[in-house]
Design a protein around this ligand. Structure first.
Ligand code: AMP
Length: 275
């Protein structure tokens, strides 16, 4: 496996690849969620490239950029054992020159939900992903459905900018207790983790209510709010939307998402259900 840290070397490496290229962008501290994306890419493509880059431009001023979990050695070993062809691990200086052209996320999708609480977040995501796409020129790029709003906005970027890349959304991978894997889960104390489990439990309940035939969003939301009213869990949103992230009154199979964001202790957690 190649470990590449400069733009120049990445360009040269990419030029040598003549078959299909799958790309998995990550911020490292790799877990089973990331591994599932890597596995899918290896299955679909002749070559798989993983990037590990904690992107400063997608963190707000009061967020955890400095404290974000980093474990490069372990990540590199995991990539190698998974059968990745190359990992790209650039420095911030390699990726950014300072005063740069940036992209604004779409007004309707980019400043609601995560974008409401973190108004600069999606501009940072678009900036780094577009740069990585330009450099790596993948045929397919793999993203987790866990970051539902991110996947939808990136699909819109591909469509709006006519990029010849297929975004492959991959299912949410959960730990044995139901909590969706996240690099930030290590911040949770055992007590906080127990509280956080209310989130996947609510998702499971909502899934059951839907299976029982409830489609009215007001009814589903009030059931969900009851589950999520819990000491120690600060809810930002629990909401049903369509794939344009607009409000809906009734859910529709294949067209609706239930999204949750909450804080437990100092840890912000997101989770969702693609209906
Ligand atoms: P991150 O390193 O947190 O930026 O995540 C890199 C990619 O992994 C993103 O596309 C995430 O949506 C995806 N991802 C993170 N956690 C999970 C999970 N539990 N299941 C599936 N994909 C995930």
């Amino acid at each position: 496996m190649k470990v590449i840290s400069t733009i120049k070397e990445m360009r040269e490496y990419r030029l040598c690849l003549t078959q299909s290229v799958g790309f998995v962008p990550t911020m490292g501290a790799l877990h089973k969620g990331h591994q599932s994306l890597i596995k899918q890419s290896i299955q679909d493509n002749a070559h798989t490239i993983v990037s590990i880059f904690v992107n400063p431009t997608q963190f707000g001023a009061n967020e955890d950029f400095d404290a974000y979990p980093r474990d490069l050695e372990k990540d590199i070993t995991l990539c190698e054992q998974s059968g990745v062809d190359a990992v790209f691990i650039p420095s911030v200086e390699e990726m950014y020159c300072g005063d740069e052209i940036t992209l604004n996320p779409p007004k309707k999708m980019g400043y609601v939900l995560e974008g409401f609480d973190r108004p600069t977040h999606f501009a940072g995501v678009l900036q780094v992903v577009l740069k990585l796409f330009s450099l790596i020129q993948p045929h397919r790029a793999y993203f987790g459905q866990k970051d539902a709003q991110q996947v939808l906005i990136l699909q819109k970027m591909i469509s709006d900018l006519f990029l010849p890349i297929v975004i492959v959304p991959c299912p949410i991978v959960r730990d044995d207790d139901g909590l969706a894997f996240s690099s930030r889960n290590i911040y949770l104390s055992p007590k906080e983790r127990e509280i956080a489990l209310r989130i996947p439990q609510t998702i499971q309940r909502v899934r059951t209510y839907i299976a029982q035939g409830i489609t009215q969003v007001s009814q589903l939301e009030s059931l969900a709010f009851k589950e999520l009213s819990y000491d120690g869990l600060m809810l930002f949103y629990a909401t049903f939307r369509n794939h344009q992230l607009e409000y809906i009154t009734h859910i529709e199979q294949g067209k609706s998402i239930f999204l949750i964001a909450a804080k437990v202790g100092k840890t912000r957690l997101i989770d969702n259900l693609w209906i």
